[in-house]
Design a protein around this ligand. Sequence first.
Ligand SMILES: Cc1ncc(COP(=O)(O)O)c(C=O)c1O
Length: 376
Amino acid sequence: MSTFDEYLATFVGEPGYLNWAAFGPLAPSVREEVFADADLLGSGRPSSVALVAERIGQAQELVAGLIGADAAEVALQPSSTQGLMHALYGLGGHVIASTGEFPSVSLTLERAAQASAGALTPRWITPVDLRVTPEAVAEALDDDVTALAVSHVDFRTGYRADLAALRDVLGPDRLLIVDAVQSFGVIEDDYSAADVVVGHGYKWLRTGRGTGFAWFSSRARERIAPVLSGITGTVAEGLFVDALPVPAASAQAYTVSYPDHLAAARLAVGLGDVQGAEVSLIEARLAERVDTVIEIADRHGIAVHSPRERESRAGIVALAPADPARLAAALANAGIVVTARGETLRIAPHAGTDDETLRMLDDAIAAAGNETFTSA
Ligand SMILES: Cc1ncc(COP(=O)(O)O)c(C=O)c1O
């Protein structure tokens, strides 16, 4: 069995789960780690506590490895939104973002601007089909623009932004801030085309909440003031009193306090699984699973609102049936977990989604009477 096959074999949940874009059921290795670490922390022995704390550095190394960066440029975060806060609160000038972004991008940008006393201004765009293309960004560019904040993969449409092309259009002097929540660990891309990459482990990495992380390139660290820097964000090693040390030069500057050891351990173990299996293989298998979901939708005449080309998508398929509420109820009754929101149903398989789950999807749509759900 190859390491990749071993990775696939860890998807041991009940069939019917197609909601990885919302929450990733914890990997078996992650669950085992939680129990083992709880025992170690329960002992109170300094050596045991230190053993768990080693996972912090390991998690940083693993995130950095997948980006092709240095571990000192990665800071663990309680959530990806907190990573975006560190990036956006420290910026000035005009920052482009789509109004359709997940609020971790849009609301954080707005709040940062409100707190900036006029130094930061959002430059909102509403691109066609919510696709932040290089063309849509080019239209909004002028000399005041200092950065673009964008989701690598849009949480609703599943559209995957072209990081290299966005970098090209921004040029070398503006920052590219990427929310990689819906891609990190399942899509191999040149993340180092960006300056800031944030993500978390509670969806595609299967590590539970509390497992955020953020990478800040040297260009980002030069330009983003560490305004939310806390007691762990300074040049001081360990506790300081009667002193107010300056922020660290590393990504540590963008931290508030000590990371949750248990969360760091979960993240390190989940990332270790992904590294062992290889992101390119995970991506290829996920693409096959997504092909099958699209094929099922097409066969039942249900409109697909997400991109079809592999290079413009990741693990999210947005379906737009004529009667979304009815189809959502039919899927739920058949034991299929998806996200139903407004006019669309978001189907999100993972690389380890089994044939049985996809058959259940097919059968549930067929049994419910597909003519009810087609939008002609
Ligand atoms: C694209 C995107 N960004 C950010 C978040 C929120 O991340 P966190 O809970 O780590 O702040 C989500 C959650 O669904 C998301 O889909």
